[in-house]
Design a protein around this ligand. Sequence first.
Ligand SMILES: NC(=O)c1ccc[n+]([C@@H]2O[C@H](COP(=O)([O-])OP(=O)(O)OC[C@H]3O[C@@H](n4cnc5c(N)ncnc54)[C@H](O)[C@@H]3O)[C@@H](O)[C@H]2O)c1
Length: 256
Amino acid sequence: MKIALSGYGKMGRMIESAAQSAGHTIVLKADIGAEGAVRVGSAAELAEAVKKSGADGVIDFTHPASVVENILALTHLGLPIVVGTTGWYDKLEEVRRAAQTGGACVFYSANYSIGVNLFYRIAEYAARLTAAYSEYDTAVSETHHRRKADSPSGTALDLAKAVMRGNPHKKETVFNAQDIKDDRLYVASLRVGSVPGTHRVYFDSPADTIELTHCARSREGFACGAVRAFEWLAGGLANGSLKKGALYTMDDMLVD
Ligand SMILES: NC(=O)c1ccc[n+]([C@@H]2O[C@H](COP(=O)([O-])OP(=O)(O)OC[C@H]3O[C@@H](n4cnc5c(N)ncnc54)[C@H](O)[C@@H]3O)[C@@H](O)[C@H]2O)c1
């Protein structure tokens, strides 16, 4: 398939090689200034460049400040769009309406690693099992490199949601160790060195601890997952199993 990349930073470059290894062609690398990419000064210019490139769809890993504008401009083209950029989900309804109007499909995920998405499900199941035994308390922790902008990570927040779906006794998250009450799920963050991302769930009783860990070795898992999402989205639209004008997530793609 022919893929246009919106954003040619760390993830854009990694997606380029993951897509090429999977046999796809990158027909456009668009960025506001990265070396080796076509320079685009606005969302309208991005949409124009994508249109000219003849791409079958777009993968966007840019910046929270501009991603919504990009998506809104791209939806007019009616192409599948895979969005990896995080930090814009408060605008989801606006994007949903634009996708409907433009007939575009938007796939979004805060974490494209297949392993992390399986981990959410495993954690939810483990939380459900341990919730039946009042002696078990639960907590979530995450460790990342020191340059990470957000804390806690979006993945830790999604992991906490999965744990709370499994364990109804935990009703809200807290990030300060002083605030932990029985019905609160503590989410702890550690920043050190160059760790790409480690997430843990603890189920602790007076007698023992059950610990589940997901440890990312590199960003490759995100890139491969985003390419897979693109293939699933474009393939599903071509064979009629997916609807135009809709939003999709990893939950739609992963097999139950
Ligand atoms: N969903 C996931 O699995 C996942 C994984 C890793 C990173 N991310 C997210 O992806 C985003 C990008 O991450 P990164 O590590 O590649 O960052 P990066 O800073 O290395 O690259 C971002 C690139 O986007 C370009 N850019 C910024 N605004 C633009 C615009 N309006 N149009 C075109 N290009 C633009 C920048 O010039 C830069 O080259 C971040 O939001 C990050 O949190 C998501």
